[in-house]
Write a protein that binds this ligand. Structure first.
Ligand SMILES: [Zn+2]
Ligand SMILES: [Zn+2]
Length: 444
């Protein structure tokens, strides 16, 4: 509660001051750092590492944080980094960037495109690319750390800056928490992060109060059958027909069981069975992605999947020992919740800094992010916000608006954001938001 009041006072103080000078100070400091930050960005972009393999990346950035005066601990949650700067009484603010690249061969044609290869968990060597823009996140993290380290007279409290591994496989945030992030280091009152966005123009800030990203569950269904000759179906139990019935019936979960006002997705992304035209297979396998926001709707969907699978198998006359199995992968990626009041307070500050045309409320998405874990670890006491920073180069955005170009999405081998805009905007926004929250308390 105390910190909440401190925040409101901090925002009020800043808004009251109107402080254009302070606004320009932050922007000027970032602008000055940009040439060097872009060198770092190009280096990170050319040298991506896969989830939980972010060894060089972590070492490089840990050294820089140490040079800035942070107490730095490496190897938190395998390859994670925690950098702490204590600066008197006040709130604990945690700023997070994620570090991992994706198993993709880069096709941007940029002069600093990645030529790296690596071996992911699948065991098959692949190209590696920062196709989700985590390189912009890390560069802005350093940009933020530099300015905050240089302006300790303007904030009070404890700054905890973390570099999280393995966001792409949804495990890194949990790995850091399970390795004692909230016990071994100061536990945050406020958690902030951003993600670059491939649907917004470069330099735009988008935010969604409340649920911003979805629960993501991966579900595997194995449907046994009794195989045989395709010409004698009556002597078999055909798993293709049964699995097809399951796929169709699953469509009713969203259309008939979950509330029309509560977003939900059940997608069967993979359906595999059979060998040949005239053989009835003895097995079918389905792979689903299941998306929701609340714990309740997640449970409704997962329970519904199990019930439908069992019900359809019974209806098909499957014997008890050949019932299909449903496996829900653990850990899952929980939804990301932006605590509404905190979100509005931070965004009010950013709107006055960047203007209403650059800071906009945008619809939530059904994509996933494990950033939500930091809030879920202590929802009573943690205020949390992740926002979007648009990355689409202005020319491309105009062409797309005119229908002359299809924009690449995140995770595309062609995703080449206007990194300079993303990094400058995100650094300024992060610094400004942190200074708001950690504003020194004068008087009562
Ligand atoms: Zn991603
Ligand atoms: Zn990402």
């Amino acid at each position: 509660m105390r910190t909440k009041l401190a925040l409101i006072c901090g925002v009020a103080a800043l808004a009251g001051a109107g402080s254009p000078a302070a606004a320009n100070d932050v922007r000027d400091a970032v602008t000055q750092d940009m040439p060097e930050l872009m060198d770092l960005y190009r280096d990170l972009h050319a040298n991506p590492e896969l989830s939980f393999q972010e060894v060089e990346t972590a070492a490089k950035l840990a050294k820089r944080a140490r040079d800035l005066g942070f107490e730095v601990t490496e190897g938190v949650g395998k390859t994670g980094v925690v950098a702490v700067m204590r600066n008197g009484e006040g709130p604990v603010v945690m700023l997070r960037a994620d570090m991992d690249g994706l198993p993709l061969v880069e096709k941007t044609g940029l002069p600093f495109a990645s030529k790296r290869t690596a071996v992911p968990a699948s065991g098959v060597e692949t190209g590696v690319m920062h196709a989700c823009g985590h390189d912009t996140h890390m560069t802005a993290w350093i940009g933020t750390a530099q300015v905050l380290a240089e302006s300790k007279d303007q904030w009070q409290g404890t700054l905890v800056m973390i570099l999280q591994p393995a966001e792409e496989i949804g495990e890194g945030a949990l790995a850091m928490l399970e390795d004692g992030l909230y016990e071994r280091f100061p536990k945050p009152d406020y958690v902030l992060g951003f993600h670059d966005a491939a649907q917004f123009p470069a330099g735009m800030i988008g935010y969604s109060p409340g649920y911003a990203l979805a629960n993501v569950d991966s579900v595997d269904i194995t449907v046994p059958g009794i195989g045989g000759h395709g010409a004698y179906p009556h002597t078999t139990k055909d798993p293709v027909v049964l699995a097809s019935a399951i796929v169709m019936k699953l469509q009713t979960l969203v259309s008939r069981e979950s509330s029309p006002l509560d977003p939900a997705v059940v997608t069967v992304g993979s359906f595999r069975a059979g060998y040949k035209h005239n053989i009835i297979s003895d097995e079918a396998k389905l792979q689903l992605t299941v998306r929701s926001y609340s714990d309740e709707s997640r449970q409704l969907l997962l329970d519904g999947i199990k019930r439908i699978v069992k019900g359809e198998a019974i209806a098909a006359g499957m014997p008890d020992e050949k019932m299909p199995t449903v496996t829900v992968q653990v850990p899952y990626t929980p939804s990301t919740y932006n605590t509404p009041e905190f979100t509005e307070e931070v965004m009010a500050g950013l709107k006055s800094r960047f203007g209403d045309d650059r800071v906009m409320q945008v619809p939530s998405v059904m994509g996933g992010e494990d950033f939500g874990q930091f809030y879920r670890a202590d929802p009573e006491n943690v205020e949390s916000l992740i926002f979007w920073v648009g990355g689409v180069p202005a020319d491309d955005f105009a062409k797309a608006q005119a229908g002359e170009m299809e924009l690449p999405s995140l995770h595309s081998p062609f995703w080449a954001p206007d990194a300079e805009k993303v990094i400058a905007t995100a650094s300024e926004a992060m610094i400004a938001a942190t200074l708001d929250i950690m504003a020194p308390q004068t008087g009562g």
